[in-house]
Design a protein around this ligand. Structure first.
Ligand code: C2E
Ligand code: CA
Ligand code: CA
Length: 252
């Protein structure tokens, strides 16, 4: 990304150029959509769509992730409220950077949005990734426990890439683990890694999600290994709010 996009990123949120897209997660046995993950998109007026892999690290580096993160939480909660009227239940996961966990008013933001929008319990989930410095573990653990008391789920993302460890699963109040797509796409029917994650997770009541499922063969393998949920192009790409709303409405 050219360096001169940094000033643009500073005003991107204010100008409404950041948008939340949503990708479905399905129950592997019924293939019904049970959750969606909010994924940030930057619609730049001159450069077109810029991927989060490009602008999220830039935002983290230059102190802009707090504002983008707050926007994504607000959008996730707004859509969660809209999609969970009546008896419908679809969880909404929002990615949270380590910088948000350690520095910001994350708990206040989440509390405010949940109350203001009357989001039901157990609908919002936060996805966390990076391994945290040891000194911050206790602090983050306390924060995540507060979130659990608010009925917010805690998902450990990109599991199996080295960023997230078994200690994180065991030490944090985890409700979900997402196996990274590199592990899913290389999985064998007897995959010892995925089997191990499923055993550890299920012993603790943790839901297991396979990321990056693109083929029926991959779905069969992860289902056979005991994975609970799957996300990937086989079921749907990240879509705009209106497209996902339509998809959810047509889901039996
Ligand atoms: P992630 O959290 O691991 O999100 C999953 C990424 O995998 C998404 O890329 C999604 O589009 C892609 N994906 C899903 N299914 C498939 C598949 O079947 N095949 C392939 N090849 N790819 C698949 P995306 O949307 O480009 O996001 C990239 C990363 O940017 C995310 O990875 C996440 O780490 C970060 N990110 C996105 N939005 C946010 C946000 O609001 N806050 C933070 N902190 N990070 C975000
Ligand atoms: Ca994620
Ligand atoms: Ca992931």
């Amino acid at each position: 990304m050219p360096v001169d996009l940094l000033p643009d990123l500073r005003v991107a949120v204010a100008r409404g150029q950041i948008e939340a897209y949503f990708q479905p997660m399905v129950d592997v046995s019924t293939r019904r959509i049970v959750a969606v993950e909010a994924l940030a998109r930057w619609k730049h007026p001159e450069h077109g769509l810029i991927a989060p892999n490009v602008f999220i690290p830039l935002a983290e580096e230059h102190g802009l992730i707090g504002e983008i993160g707050a926007f994504m939480i607000a959008e996730g909660c707004r859509c969660a409220a809209a999609w969970n009227g009546g008896s419908a239940r679809v969880q909404v996961s929002v990615n949270v950077s380590a910088a948000q966990l350690t520095t910001s008013s994350l708990l206040d933001q989440i509390t405010d949005n949940l109350r203001r929008l009357s989001v039901p319990d157990d609908v919002l989930v936060v996805e966390i990734t990076e391994s945290l410095p040891v000194v911050e573990i206790a602090e983050v653990n306390a924060l995540l426990n507060e979130m659990r008391l608010l009925g917010v789920g805690v998902s450990v993302d990109d599991y199996g890439t080295g960023h997230s460890t078994a200690e994180q699963l065991a030490g944090l109040p985890t409700t979900e683990v997402k196996i990274d797509m590199s592990r899913v796409q290389a999985a064998t029917p007897n995959d010892p890694f995925i089997r191990g994650v499923v055993t550890l997770a299920h012993a603790r009541g943790i839901t297991v999600v396979a990321e990056g499922v693109e083929t029926e063969a991959q779905l069969d393998i992860v289902r056979g290994l005991g994975v609970d949920r799957a996300q990937g192009y086989l079921f749907g790409r990240p879509e705009s709010e209106s497209d996902i709303s339509r998809l959810l409405k047509n889901t039996p």
